[in-house]
Design a protein around this ligand. Structure first.
Ligand SMILES: C[S@@+](CC[C@H](N)C(=O)[O-])C[C@H]1O[C@@H](n2cnc3c(N)ncnc32)[C@H](O)[C@@H]1O
Length: 271
């Protein structure tokens, strides 16, 4: 399962696109991302006949929803930097003539200034070295008065209740070093302003996670982190195993609880 920023680079996706597509499809229907999708649609304020750009569309899971919002007289363009994902997204929207998908780089969008009524991205900025540069590109191609909306997680703020909080934190945060922007959700509000967008509005989406399997499904490879912590001499395997076993037990007994916040931040292109 792709879990680090390295896994989400176009070269890595060319090698194992199938796993990436399976992951994106699976998580897209989970409670957190369903709520994020609804908040994003609301924040975009799309109307029938409008045009919208989806940056880093991946396997295209969000494109049909955008297509529905702008209707058959509208236009949706999805772009992704990974050539291997573009045909997958194209197949998904084959029956929607208003929706097209192109291979393109978020840092250099191949569109003229002020082309679209709105632009959106989700879980893309967290994988970029220069997220503000990508937000500026999105702002450039949106018309004055249009909305730019980004939805990003705050992985560094992930919390799960445990009887051994320091060990739990070490396990949960052990994989953050593999992310380009582990605090993207926390920093996004300021970045939107830095990108020159006005009137930033944030919708925090923080559903509780009551199933350990859900946490694992989001990409937290705790077994690998436990091995690494042990090898580095930071935490013996027995201690991390106790934490993981406690979470499995708690989940079976309906008392597992944690949360991961995602922030949906909207800004307006100034007139
Ligand atoms: C975690 S996936 C999210 C995909 C999609 N937004 C979704 O919600 O399912 C991140 C996506 O960003 C794309 N990506 C990463 N860097 C990019 C770049 N510089 N330009 C365009 N796309 C990029 C990856 O190829 C991948 O499809």
């Amino acid at each position: 399962m792709p879990s680090s920023t390295r896994d989400w680079q176009p070269a890595a996706l060319a090698v194992d696109a199938e796993a990436a597509v399976a992951y994106l499809d699976r998580v897209s229907v989970m409670p957190l991302l369903q709520q994020v999708a609804e908040a994003s649609i609301e924040a975009l304020r799309l109307a029938p006949g409008q045009s919208v750009l989806e940056v880093g569309c991946g396997s295209g899971v969000f494109l049909p929803r955008l297509g529905e919002a702008v209707g058959p007289s509208g236009r949706v363009v999805g772009i992704d930097g990974a050539a291997a994902l573009v045909p997958v997204a194209r197949r998904r929207v084959a029956a929607l003539p208003a929706v097209t998908v192109e291979e393109a780089n978020a840092y250099q969008l191949p569109y003229a200034d002020k082309t679209f009524d709105a632009a959106h991205c989700e879980r893309v900025l967290m994988h970029l070295d220069k997220p503000v540069r990508a937000l500026r590109e999105m702002a450039r191609v949106v018309k004055p008065g249009g909305r730019v909306v980004a939805a990003e997680p705050d992985w560094a703020g992930l919390q799960v209740a445990s009887s051994d909080p320091p060990a739990a934190e070490a396990l949960l945060h052990g994989w953050l070093a593999g992310l380009a922007q582990p605090r993207m959700g926390l920093e996004l509000y300021a970045y939107v302003a830095e990108a020159g967008l006005a009137d930033a509005e944030v919708t925090p989406v923080v559903p509780g996670i009551t199933d350990f399997a859900e946490l694992i499904a989001y990409g937290a490879d705790l077994e690998r982190i436990a091995r690494e912590l042990d090898a580095a001499g930071s935490m013996p395997r027995a201690r991390s195993r106790a934490v993981i076993e406690e979470w499995i037990r708690a989940s079976a007994e309906h008392r597992f609880f944690g949360y991961l916040a995602m922030m949906v931040v909207a800004g307006t292109v100034p007139s």
